[in-house]
Design a protein around this ligand. Structure first.
Ligand SMILES: Cc1cc2nc3c(=O)[nH]c(=O)nc-3n(C[C@H](O)[C@H](O)[C@H](O)COP(=O)(O)O)c2cc1C
Length: 202
């Protein structure tokens, strides 16, 4: 069994989502000691934004020499995702959505013919063989009924993307209100870490 662990917070050891994503991976590793874990830190090794040259090369145009390493990085990111049975993602909220580093990764794994296709009945996801678990960390509160609920574009966006590519086993563990104050932060982190510990392990 293979697990792909992705982090995208720029806050290094101070990051909440990194602590929670690590706890999720620990939980799954303890349950399956033979688990093969691949780690990708999107802030240490960021993927470039998509370019026109990149898309042309993906459609068979001869790539310019300077695109070689980018295409290799793109293939590596997609291969890692395709071969993973479980994907754990640390996803902080920055300006109401995911970090651009995580969006750049999604641009490399949402690939027509690989993770989705257009069939006679419209789009069809091809990545349904995976479990995806997302550790979200948000400074404020965005739950249903709150004044800021409509500004939530982390969980809603990731739900859309992963559903589009066929993932049905999609879970979220959230630490909310971490910027409201130190007590809120401690409580939110403790609750999220406990949820990670209690995660269904199979
Ligand atoms: C650049 C930046 C933008 C942020 N934007 C928001 C935001 O729009 N809404 C929010 O509730 N919190 C926001 N925050 C607070 C973070 O969501 C919060 O600190 C969270 O813990 C970040 O996850 P991390 O600790 O894993 O980096 C922002 C933080 C940073 C650094």
């Amino acid at each position: 069994m293979k697990l792909l662990h992705i982090d995208s917070s720029v806050l290094g050891p101070h990051s909440v989502s990194r602590q929670v994503s690590a706890a999720i991976v620990d939980r799954l590793r303890q349950a399956s000691p033979s688990l093969e874990v691949v780690y990708r830190d999107l802030t240490e090794a960021p993927l470039a934004h998509l370019s026109g040259s990149h898309l042309a090369a993906a459609q068979g145009a001869p790539p310019p020499a300077e695109l070689g390493s980018d295409l290799a990085a793109s293939k590596a990111a997609l291969d890692e995702f395709l071969s993973a049975d479980t994907v754990v993602i640390g996803a902080p909220m920055y300006n109401f959505t995911i970090p651009s580093q995580l969006k750049a990764w999604i641009d490399r794994i949402a690939v027509r013919g690989k993770t989705f296709r257009y069939g006679p009945n419209g789009p069809e996801g091809l990545a349904g063989n995976k479990r995806v678990i997302v550790a979200i960390s948000r400074g404020g509160f965005y739950g249903a009924g709150t004044p800021t609920a409509a500004l939530e574009h982390v969980e809603t966006y990731l739900r859309s993307v992963f559903s589009f590519i066929g993932v049905t086993r999609l879970e979220f563990i959230s630490a909310d209100g971490v910027q409201v104050g130190p007590e809120h932060r401690e409580k939110a982190l403790a609750t999220a870490l406990e949820a990670a510990t209690n995660l269904y392990a199979a």
